[in-house]
Write a protein that binds this ligand. Structure first.
Ligand code: NDP
Length: 434
C-alpha cells in the first residue's frame, strides 16, 4: 500500500490472489527465491497520456488515456480498453493484474494488459466518439502491435469504438495489421462469436458448476446485472438453457419482469436507440422499473450473474442473495464481488465462479480472433462457439483440480488463482530475472 498509495481496487485484486497463493509458496520455495510475486505485482510498463479532442460545439476537452502492460511472460499483452468517467490508474491496474492469470487460465499464449480513459461516451454524438477514438489511438499506436500488445473492448468500448480506433491505427501505420485489435467488425477481420463470448462463456462456466451438483439452468430463476455486452449474451444463453431471467440493470436502475426479460426489446433500447433501461417498461406492461442499481440483489433468484462492474455486490447484497436462496454466482464482470461478499458466498456453500475464470471466454475468443487474423481465415460461429465451450470446461476443470491439490476442495477462487499462476510463474522462472 505504501508503494501504490490511493489504489484501493488494485490492492483488493492483489490481496485476493496473494491469499490464495500462500499454499503454493510454502510448497514451492523456488517462487519466493526468484521474487516471482514482487515481479508479478509490478507492471512491466505503465503508459499515461493526454487525449485532447473537440466536441460538436467546437469546445476543447482533455481526457487522460492509459495502457498498463502488466506481464508478457506467456505472450503479447492482451486486455480491453475501458471508457468510463471512473477510470483511473488504480482501476486500470486492477484490471490489468486480473488479466494476467485470467489469460493464463484460457490455455492460450496471451499476457496481461489493460487500458482506457476517463472519457464518458454517454450522450456523445458519433462524430464526437470518432474524434475521441482517433485522438486516443494517435498516441496509443506507438505502444501496441499484433505481436506485442493487442487491446480489445470493455465498458464503453464496443464495435463502434474499435472500428474508429482500428481505422486510425491503419491510417497512421499504413498496411493492414488486422491482429492489432480484437472485437473488430465481421467485414474487416472480426471473429464470429466474439460479441457473445464473455456472456456465453460465463453461462457455460456456471453450467459446469451446476452439473457438479446434479442440476442445471433448466427452470431456474436468474438475475443478471448490467445491460451491456456481457449481460446481453449471458441473458441470451441462460434463456437458451431453459432459465427464466427476471431482471437486469444499468447504472441508473433495474427492471424486474416476472414474465422473463424480452431480449429483443432490451437490445433495441440499449444497442439501437442507445437509451436508458427505464424505457423498457414502456414496451412491457409486466415489467417494473426501480431507481438505483443496487436493489437488484434483493430480488429472489437461484442464480445471480453480476455482469456490470467492480464491487457491485457488497456484503449486504451477498447476505440478501443468500437469504433469498441463491445457489450459484457467476461473475461476468471483473471483480464484481467485494472480498467480504466472496467470503460470505463461500462460507454458505454457494457455488462461486470467480471472474478470472468465469469471464475468461471473451479474451479466449479474442485470442481466437488473433489466430484467424494470422491465418487469414474465418471460422464459422459453430466452430468458435465449440472452442469457447471447450475452453470454459477446461478452465472449470483446471480450477477444480488445483483447488483439490492445494487442499481447498470446491474453492474455485483459490483454484483459479493457483491454476493461472503456475503457468505464468514457471514461464517467468524460465526467462530469468527480467
Ligand atoms: P458495457 O459497457 O457493454 O456494459 C456495461 C453495463 O454495466 C451497462 O449496462 C452499464 O450501465 C453498467 N454499468 C457500468 N458501470 C456501472 C456502475 N458503476 N454501476 C452500475 N452499472 C454500471 O460493458 P461490458 O458488458 O463489456 O462489461 C461489463 C463488465 O464485464 C465489466 O466489468 C468488464 O470489465 C467485464 N468484462 C467484459 C468483457 C467483454 O468481452 N466485453 C470481457 C471480460 C470482462 P450504463 O449503460 O448505465 O453505463
Amino acid at each position: 500500500q505504501q508503494r501504490n498509495p490511493n489504489e484501493p481496487e488494485f490492492h483488493q485484486a492483489v490481496k485476493e490472489i496473494v491469499d490464495s497463493l500462500v499454499p503454493v509458496f510454502s510448497r514451492h520455495p523456488k517462487y519466493q527465491e526468484a521474487g516471482i510475486l514482487e515481479r508479478l505485482v509490478e507492471p512491466e510498463r505503465v503508459i499515461s497520456f493526454r487525449v485532447p479532442w473537440v466536441d460538436d460545439q467546437g469546445k476543447v476537452h482533455v481526457n487522460r488515456g492509459f495502457r498498463v502492460q502488466f506481464n508478457s511472460a506467456i505472450g503479447p499483452y492482451k486486455g480491453g480498453l475501458r471508457f468510463h468517467p471512473s477510470v483511473n490508474a488504480s482501476i486500470i491496474k486492477f484490471l490489468g493484474f486480473e488479466q494476467i492469470l485470467k489469460n493464463s487460465l484460457t490455455g492460450l499464449p496471451i499476457g496481461g494488459g489493460k487500458g482506457g480513459s476517463d472519457f464518458d461516451p454517454k450522450g456523445k454524438s458519433d462524430n464526437e466518439i470518432m474524434r475521441f477514438c482517433q485522438s486516443f489511438m494517435t498516441e496509443l499506436y506507438k505502444y501496441i502491435g499484433p505481436d506485442s500488445d493487442v487491446p480489445a473492448g470493455d465498458i464503453g468500448v464496443g464495435a463502434r469504438e474499435i472500428g474508429f480506433m482500428f481505422g486510425q491505427y491503419k491510417r497512421i501505420r499504413g498496411g493492414n495489421e488486422a491482429g492489432v485489435l480484437t472485437g473488430k467488425g465481421l467485414n474487416y477481420g472480426g471473429s464470429l462469436g466474439r460479441p457473445e463470448a464473455t456472456g456465453y462463456g460465463c453461462v457455460y462456466f456456471v453450467e459446469e458448476m451446476l452439473k457438479s451438483k446434479g442440476t442445471s439452468f433448466q427452470g431456474k430463476t436468474v438475475v443478471v446485472s448490467g445491460s451491456g455486452n456481457v449481460s446481453t449474451f449471458a441473458i441470451q444463453k441462460a434463456q437458451q438453457l431453459g432459465a427464466k431471467v427476471v431482471a437486469c440493470s444499468d447504472s441508473g436502475g433495474y427492471i424486474y419482469d416476472p414474465e422473463g426479460i424480452c431480449l429483443d426489446t432490451l437490445r433495441q433500447i440499449k444497442e439501437v436507440e442507445r437509451k436508458r433501461i427505464s424505457e423498457y417498461v414502456q414496451h412491457r406492461p409486466s415489467a417494473v422499473y426501480s431507481e438505483g442499481w443496487q436493489g437488484i440483489w434483493n430480488l429472489p433468484c437461484e442464480i445471480a450473474l453480476p455482469c456490470a462492474t467492480q464491487n457491485e455486490i457488497n456484503e449486504a447484497a451477498a447476505a440478501a442473495l443468500i437469504a433469498n436462496g441463491v445457489i450459484a454466482i457467476g461473475e461476468g464482470a471483473n471483480m464484481p464481488s467485494t472480498l467480504g461478499a466472496i467470503d460470505l458466498f463461500l462460507s454458505n456453500n454457494v457455488l462461486f465462479g470467480p471472474a478470472k475464470a468465469a469471464n475468461a471466454g471473451g479474451v479466449a475468443v479474442s485470442a481466437l480472433e488473433m489466430s484467424q487474423n494470422s491465418m487469414r481465415l474465418s471460422w464459422t460461429f459453430e466452430e468458435v462457439d465449440g472452442k469457447l465451450h471447450e475452453i470454459m470446461k477446461n478452465i472449470y476443470n483446471s480450477s477444480v483440480k488445483a483447488a483439490q491439490e492445494y487442499d481447498c476442495p470446491g474453492n474455485l477462487v483459490v483454484g483459479a488463482n493457483i491454476a493461472g499462476f503456475l503457468k505464468v510463474a514457471d514461464a517467468m522462472l524460465a526467462q530469468g530475472v527480467v
